[in-house]
Design a protein. Sequence first.
Length: 163
Amino acid sequence: MTYRVCFVCTGNICRSPMAEFVFRARVAEAGLDGLVEVDSAGTGGWHEGDPADPRTVSVLAEHGYDSGHTARQFEASWFARLDLVVALDEGHLKALRRLAPTEQDAAKVRLLRSYDPTAGDDLDVPDPYYGGMEGFEECLAMVEASSTGLLDAVREQAEERAA
């Protein structure tokens, strides 16, 4: 049975697609692409149907990641098919937990940086949208740093399910 992960930020054009493509690459490198499905969405529908921000695409490409993406808005009905919903900041975490139809669904929502043991107390991935390229590079570094711990957690769950 497939383990499903969805990354969520505000508009689904910067942080969450970046996390989606980095994590998808980690899943493939680990040989788990048949066991784990990865996608992303936004808490709002402002950019629904749009591609990823060109700066996101550029930073991903510079670091060897794919980036074909179309933004969409997260829907409460998705909780039923998802195993893990990964919020990129505290605001997303709160919004998603409010949207969750059940307490079990709310428990599926985690902050991305909670998987990075070096993150400290600030677990938000800052929104790079209104800044320059350095914000997108910083975002990628935070996503990559969190991906190892996230992959370990997802691998354990996916392999248990497959056994």
